[in-house]
Design a protein around this ligand. Sequence first.
Ligand code: NDP
Length: 603
Amino acid sequence: MSETVRSEELQRKYAAERDKRKAARGSKEEDYVRLEKVIDPDAQDPYKAVEPREPLNDDVEVTIIGAGWAGLMSAAELRKSHRKIRILDQAGDFGGVWYWNRYPGVMCDTASVVYMPLLDETGYKPTEKYAHGPEIFAHAQRIGRHFDLYKDAYFHTRVTDLRWDEAAKRWRITTNRGDEFTSQFVSLGLGALNVPRLPSFEGMKDFKGDWFHTARWDYSVTGGNPEGAPLDKLHDKTVAIIGTGATAIQIVPELAKTAKKLLVIQRTPTAVDVRDNGPITYDWWDELTQQEGWQQIIYDNFLDLVEEYKVGNFPPEGTVDLLDDGWTNIGISFMEKIRSIEGELTPEKIKAATIEWDDEMQQRIRDRTDEEIADKKTADGLKAWYRRWCKRPGFHDEYLETFNRDNVELVDTDGQGVGRITENGVEVLGEEYPVDVIIYSTGFHYNRNASKDAFFDIVGRNGVVLRDKWKDGMLSYMGYFSRDFPNLFFQQSVQAAFLTSNVSQNYAEGSRALRAVVDHTLDAGKTTFEASQKAEEEWVHMIETEGEVADDPECTPGYYNNEGKEIGLEQKRSIGYPKGKKAFFDLVKDWRSQDELAGIEIA
Ligand code: NDP
């Protein structure tokens, strides 16, 4: 293969699009506000009424904060050791993001058999290759029932303070429901991309029509329901949806079916590849699912094909792709490209092949817009001019063709975003677009630092506040523990596996680690576990010195590169285990199977 580099023309185009977007107003994290700051967090559940209950004033063994996948999987695992648990969540049921995100068309674009946890233990077979939201939410409820978790769950309960009591060797927990109880152990599963964010546009408060964020869909405005009933209140409405990320590409086809007029307001296009959804027809299903713990095989296969190549770990040639989907195809096509290099594998040849592979893939997806969309200007406007891993890949079968409808218009802001909101609508590049409804599909805070995700203070031994301790980034041991915060477990992936394409595998491994540390402590008749100072320092040092920050400043800004911000200490600490995800999982597995948990002081 010849040593190619990206053509200068393409390089210039990528740089120009990035620079436009970098100069856009409202493109920094500080330009967003958390939805909870705008809407009272205690009065915002449109799906379920808050049931009155007596405050809790007792003592429990393990409290799990957050009832999404992290909380559910932690609870299910701890059940196996018959621990006395309590689960708290501000939502009205299990499910986390799947409780809140009930927008029309909601689905998961990671394969169901990878994304939906505990399929093996609950015996559930998803109906679709990529399940829709209601089925995923129902699965969260199924896990709740299967492991008998409802009796220990307190919903519509928001923690307001979490404080270590050294004398009692307990965490003191207070909530918005008047609860004041103690808990020996606490596991935090607060999610990573679940705090809705709104841009702080000038004039937002002046808008006279209806508006909402996609994560709090208001069916009283649109009509319809999450199960797919038509949005029948939109027939005479002009609707603007702001944003074209993974959420919007699922919503746009649904809005287009009924809205009188739909304006899709775009700052940066998503590269939208084929989804090819349908019923599950895996030929391995009947045989493989006979094996106990079969889902781990699927997890590992996905990991091998989607993530491991990024750290140079190619699975053996001929490894069967059990999923055959968009994510695995990205990895497979990359590995094929590298394997096609003739002669010695030099870094130069690898770099050239990588560029060629990336350019071919992105061009194929850009060509897709021409194939799907009749109007050339619209097709051009939807083309993504950046590298494959600059922004989260999108997959959808109807999004692009929706732009062929007469009632749908792409409002391309040329990288600048919305100028301001007026009484009557949205202003873009100086032009006002009058609308009846504005839907903010503007995403979520992507926090790589659990101290910032929490709305409450976490106060450890000697009054150490987690937010202060982590002000320059996370200081942890294995991502799970932090010194001065005894008996506290972080169910999250930073400084751990950092597996973003399949969050469930992080929590599967994390749950086993949580159970191991709780079991070790209690089975030894002890009271506390805590990371040693030395273990934490060495872990953070290893992260800082051996890890590579993927926040590529050459990319167009987005949450994959921390909105293009300069790389500081916090970013250097906000990465995964340097040797890769599989190596991390192996390390944890080995760690928890030892008689003594290395790096942990049990007292
Ligand atoms: P994103 O952050 O991906 O998208 C937000 C969108 O809002 C972007 O298009 C952004 O533009 C746009 N935007 C933000 N501010 C402005 C502004 N001032 N003016 C104009 N446009 C603006 O959020 P999503 O909710 O779409 O997705 C978030 C994540 O949630 C996904 O990446 C994914 O991880 C997860 N998700 C997963 C799904 C799945 O199927 N597995 C489905 C949906 C979401 P710009 O790109 O220029 O910043």
